[in-house]
Ligand binder design. Structure first.
Ligand code: DAH
Length: 338
C-alpha cells in the first residue's frame, strides 16, 4: 500500500493540466467517489493495525496533496484565462450611445452667444408666487394671463403657480442685486394650453435682461442683431414690429428673415419671408420700482424667446410634440451634434 501511495503522489506531482478538461479528468481520476484516493481509503480498512498509523498519515497527506495540487492547477489555469481576456487597448472604442436633446443643444447655443456679450446665466424657481410671475411685472389685476385658463395654479391666496414665463427670473435677480445687471435666464415654463403641433403645456424660454445707466433701445437692437446673425447666419436680417407687454414700454416683437428660404417665401415663413422669434422692449419703470431699482437713474431692456420655436426653425421640425415624446427615432438624429 505504501508503494501505491508513493506512486500516486508522484503522478499527482507530475500532473500539469493544459486546459479545464484535463483538470476535470484529474479530479475524476483521483478524487471522485470511485477515484484512486477514495479507493485507497477503502483498502485502508484491511491494513494491519501495526501499520495503520504510518499508512494513515501517508494516506491523509496524499489526499491533501491531491487537493492542493488541484487548487493550484485551477488557479494557474484561471490566471491563463484572465490573461487571455485582458483588455486590448488597440481596439476602437465602443460607440457612445445617447446624445443631447435638441432643446438642450439650442438652449446651450443661445446661452453661449449671449455669454460672449457678458451676460451671466441666472435661474429661478419653476413654482412661483403671484408677485414674481405677475404683480412685479406690471400685470394689471384683471389681466387674462392671470386667469385659470392660462395658468396652472397650485394654491390660492396666496396665489402659487407654475411659472408661465421666465420673466419671473428678472424680478428675482433685480430684487437681489443692483445694476449693472446683465443676465440670461433659460428654463421651463408652463401654460394651461391644449397640446397640439404648435402648442404644449410645458415649453422652454430664454429671458434676457440688461439694466444700467443710459441703456437705450439702440443697445437692444444691436444686441439682438448680433444674436440673430450668430445663431441663424451672417446674412440674417431682423425687423421690429410694435407690440405690447405689461412689463416693457416701448415693446416690440422681432422677426428674422426666414433662414429656410432666405426671405423669398416658403411654408415655414408662410410666404412672408419673415419669422417671429421673440418679444422685447425697454423695461417698464414700474417694474424697476417694484424691484427697488431707481428708474430715474437706471434703464434697461429685456427680451424673451421660446426655445422650441427656435429649434423648430433651426432643424425644420413641424410638430412641437416631437420634443416631448422621447421617441428614439427622433432623438437619435441629434446624437452626433453633441
Ligand atoms: N414673457 C413673455 C412671454 O412669455 C416674453 C417676453 C416678451 C419677455 C417681451 C420679455 C419681453 O422680456 O421684453 O410671452
Amino acid at each position: 500500500m505504501k508503494e501505491k501511495i508513493i506512486e500516486l503522489s508522484k503522478q499527482i506531482r507530475q500532473f500539469d493540466p493544459q486546459n479545464k478538461q484535463q483538470l476535470e479528468e484529474f479530479k475524476i481520476k483521483f478524487l471522485s467517489k470511485k477515484g484512486m484516493i477514495p479507493s485507497l481509503f477503502q483498502e485502508f480498512k484491511q491494513v494491519p493495525p501495526e501499520e495503520r498509523k504510518t499508512i494513515g498519515i501517508l494516506l491523509n497527506e496524499l489526499k491533501q496533496l491531491a487537493h492542493e495540487h488541484l487548487e493550484a492547477s485551477a488557479l494557474k489555469f484561471e490566471e491563463i484565462v484572465s490573461q487571455t481576456v485582458q483588455i486590448d487597448t488597440s481596439l476602437p472604442a465602443a460607440s457612445i450611445t445617447g446624445g443631447r436633446h435638441p432643446i438642450s443643444i439650442v438652449s446651450r447655443d443661445i446661452n453661449t452667444i449671449f455669454e460672449r456679450l457678458g451676460f451671466v446665466i441666472a435661474e429661478g424657481p419653476e413654482i412661483e408666487d403671484d408677485f414674481h410671475n405677475f404683480t412685479a411685472l406690471n400685470f394689471p389685476e384683471e389681466h387674462p394671463a392671470r386667469d385659470m385658463q392660462d395658468t396652472f395654479f397650485i394654491a390660492k391666496s396666496p396665489d402659487i403657480a407654475l411659472r408661465t414665463h421666465t420673466s419671473s427670473v428678472q424680478v428675482r435677480v433685480m430684487e437681489q442685486s443692483q445694476p449693472p445687471i446683465r443676465i440670461i435666464a433659460p428654463g421651463r415654463v408652463f401654460r394651461n394650453e391644449a397640446i397640439s403641433a404648435r402648442a404644449h403645456c410645458i415649453f422652454h424660454q430664454v429671458e434676457g435682461l440688461y439694466i444700467d445707466k443710459d441703456v437705450s433701445f439702440a443697445d437692444l437692437k444691436q444686441t439682438l442683431f448680433y444674436f440673430a446673425r450668430e445663431f441663424f447666419g451672417t446674412n440674417t436680417k431682423i425687423r421690429f414690429r410694435p407690440s405690447y407687454f405689461p412689463f416693457t414700454e416701448t415693446s416690440a416683437e422681432m422677426d428674422v428673415s426666414c433662414n429656410i428660404c432666405g426671405g423669398k417665401g416658403c411654408t415655414v415663413c408662410k410666404y412672408s419671408g419673415w419669422v417671429e422669434i421673440l418679444g422685447c422692449g425697454m423695461v417698464d419703470p414700474n417694474v424697476l420700482e417694484a424691484c427697488n431699482i431707481n428708474p430715474e437713474i437706471y434703464s434697461g431692456y429685456a427680451f424673451g424667446m421660446g426655445i422650441e420655436r427656435i429649434a423648430m426653425m433651426k432643424y425644420q421640425i413641424n410638430d412641437l410634440r416631437l420634443f416631448f415624446e422621447n421617441d428614439m427615432r427622433f432623438l437619435s438624429q441629434f446624437s452626433s451634434l453633441v
